[in-house]
Design a binder for this molecule. Sequence first.
Ligand SMILES: [Cu+2]
Length: 127
Amino acid sequence: MKGIVNLVGLLGVLALTVWSCGKTEAATAEIRIETALCEMCGKTIQTAAAEVAGVTEASVDLEKKIVLVKYDGSRTNLATIEDAVVMAGYMANDKPADSMAYAARPACCKVEQTEQEEQPEPEAIPE
Ligand SMILES: [Cu+2]
């Protein structure tokens, strides 16, 4: 019983602490993730963004190739979240992916190189 009382007391203190220094600046941003290819890329980016202190929500839209982030502007900023995506091996807006992190990605998650190979073969020109 005493444990429960203590727990309630602790939660009360925590709530008060959060409330008293709870000056938050709710912010939302969309980060373009043009090099995201598959579901796994999406998960990686989502996790990387969500792990940034101050980020409250990160959701990836693979069709639009964006990650929507909600964060506390008093604790973090867009550049920091972009950097987290970059360090996960993906482009974030105009920032190129960290090359080491990119190299560590599975082959299926690297930007496809097939486009160059798909060029039509030049036809023989009749003389
Ligand atoms: Cu992938």
